[in-house]
Ligand binder design. Structure first.
Ligand SMILES: Cc1cc2nc3c(=O)[nH]c(=O)nc-3n(C[C@H](O)[C@H](O)[C@H](O)COP(=O)(O)OP(=O)(O)OC[C@H]3O[C@@H](n4cnc5c(N)ncnc54)[C@H](O)[C@@H]3O)c2cc1C
Length: 467
């Protein structure tokens, strides 16, 4: 059976782009957290769009499940095959479809293929004297197609928006093999429904993204990076308000880091904590005009609120060290062991109250729980990761439902969402009915049924199982 399929794939791709050896395919079948272990009879690595169309057409005809995969850095099990598929499907890896197609100075845009690594895309923009602002700790491995599929956020959302705000044109292959390509850099286009907005954030359930046209910006030439120790989250929010009044869109990053998260990262990174405090803010102010004095107005804001437990980076090395402390939190946690992760967003006005109440409830139910809390406070999103005492292996997942119930119910009570930027994947499908109305879910099912009538694309992800 599989040999017929492989024979067909061999007519579409060179054999070097068809992986079947389980020693090689196992890393594609395992997610970044080593939590989900799927199966696939082959991993296909097409390097052109025509091949993707042919593969999808064949899989559609033969009802072969397809799991699209970018850099496989996703944290919700979206990029590895669902366990219900067993070995019947393929993984479609986009990593070889990674060319720069165009860079337009007139339109200030770049068009790249989906498999381009995010850090390479940033470099392409930089080499052209421009700036692509999407930035995540996984940028050395994640791909722009994966970023678009998840509508990734990262550390610059407060100024530049999420990935959705950066995509101006999109090319994708539907599950039937049909190609839809709108890569023109049009800042305005009101000619009917905008399909790309449904594809962005659909986590590979509606289409294979093959290329995108993305907005570029002027490079930040004046940069101020500061680390501010504070006593409460509410104080951090007060500071954010004052900074917004003073600096408006020159605030690029406003990251919150708890003392526990800092302790973990500073020991992993072998760097001293810059400040002693219960909470920390990593602030970055930027301006595209060189030699702007951002320091004096910042000091004046900090003096007004007595936020004087502050370190301002004096060199690129110091700036890199401050960012390393922030960016290494995820990897430091991975080294520590398994945890129950929550990628949540709330209206900023409710965050302090949410953290207080959820922590009280967690401590009552799980006295040994320790929460590593950090995130993008400037846009209202938090990473809220619960470690349970000495249970640092996958046994911790036995408690996942109870912990999620406490955290997510508190999030919902505070008008938030259970998926800020990592998506739903296969991790959170059962929570969709709590945060979306039945009408919205019905509408999503209609889109899925219309575009993917045989349900071959990323089966078992995003939508909750049918009752
Ligand atoms: C250390 C670390 C830090 C992180 N920090 C952040 C952060 O700050 N902000 C944030 O948003 N995320 C963050 N993430 C999560 C993750 O890196 C992002 O979600 C990223 O956008 C995923 O890209 P990827 O290429 O690895 O996608 P994958 O993990 O390969 O796939 C993710 C989803 O997209 C689908 N997909 C991938 N490529 C395509 C394609 N071409 N067409 C259709 N579907 C596709 C997959 O099927 C899957 O559902 C972090 C992860 C790590 C490990």
């Amino acid at each position: 059976m599989y040999s017929d399929h492989l024979h067909k794939f061999n007519q579409i791709l060179p054999s070097s782009n068809i992986l079947t050896d389980p020693d090689i395919t196992s890393s594609f079948c395992t997610d970044h957290r080593n939590r989900y272990h799927g199966e696939a009879f082959a991993v296909l690595q097409p390097d052109n769009v025509d091949a993707i169309q042919k593969i999808m057409r064949y899989c559609h005809q033969h009802h072969i499940p397809v799991t699209p995969q970018g850099g496989n850095t996703g944290l919700c099990g979206g990029a590895t095959p669902h366990s219900s598929i067993s070995k019947q499907g393929i993984i479609l890896s986009l990593s070889k479809l990674n060319r720069l197609r165009n860079l337009s100075y007139d339109d200030n845009t770049i068009t790249v293929e989906a498999g381009m690594i995010l850090a390479d895309l940033q470099t392409e923009a930089r080499n052209a004297g421009l700036y692509f602002p999407l930035s995540l700790a996984s940028e050395g491995s994640c791909q722009i197609g994966g970023n678009i599929a998840c509508n990734a956020g990262g550390v610059n959302v407060v100024r530049y928006g999420t990935t959705r705000d950066l995509v101006i044109g999109l090319e994708y292959v539907l599950p039937t093999g049909e190609l839809i390509s709108h890569l023109q850099p049009l800042h305005k286009n009101t000619s009917g429904y905008e399909m790309r907005q449904i594809i962005i954030g659909s986590e590979g359930t509606l289409a294979i993204i093959t290329a995108a046209t993305l907005k570029l910006f002027a490079q930040p030439l004046s940069i101020l990076t500061a680390w501010i120790g504070i006593d409460t989250i509410q104080t951090a929010i007060d500071l954010l308000q004052r900074l917004r009044n003073q600096f408006s869109d020159r605030i690029s990053s406003f990251e919150l880091i708890s003392s526990q998260a800092l302790k973990l990262s500073s020991s992993y990174s072998q760097l001293q904590p810059p400040t002693e405090a219960a909470w920390h803010i990593l602030l970055e102010l930027t301006d595209s005009i060189p030699n702007q004095n951002l320091t004096d107005p910042l000091i004046s804001v900090l003096e007004q609120g007595n936020w004087l437990n502050t370190v301002i980076a004096q060199s690129e090395t110091e700036r890199n060290q401050l960012w390393k402390l922030r960016e290494n939190i995820s990897e430091a946690q991975r080294h520590l062991g398994a945890s129950i992760k929550h990628d949540i967003a709330l209206p900023i006005e409710y965050i302090a109250d949410f953290v207080e109440h959820s922590q009280q409830q967690l401590q009552q139910a799980f006295p040994h729980a320790q929460t590593i809390l950090f995130g993008h406070l400037g846009d209202g999103s938090l990473h809220y990761n619960v470690f349970l005492g000495d249970t640092l292996n996958n046994d911790v997942y036995q408690h996942e439902d109870n912990i999620n119930k406490i955290v997510y119910e508190c999030v919902i009570k505070h008008h938030g969402t259970v998926a800020a930027e990592h998506g739903i994947g296969q991790l959170k499908t059962q929570w969709i009915p709590q945060i979306r109305t039945q009408s919205e879910i019905n509408w999503m099912r209609i889109q899925k049924q219309t575009l993917d009538p045989h349900n071959i694309l990323n089966m078992g992800k995003v939508l909750p199982p049918l009752p």
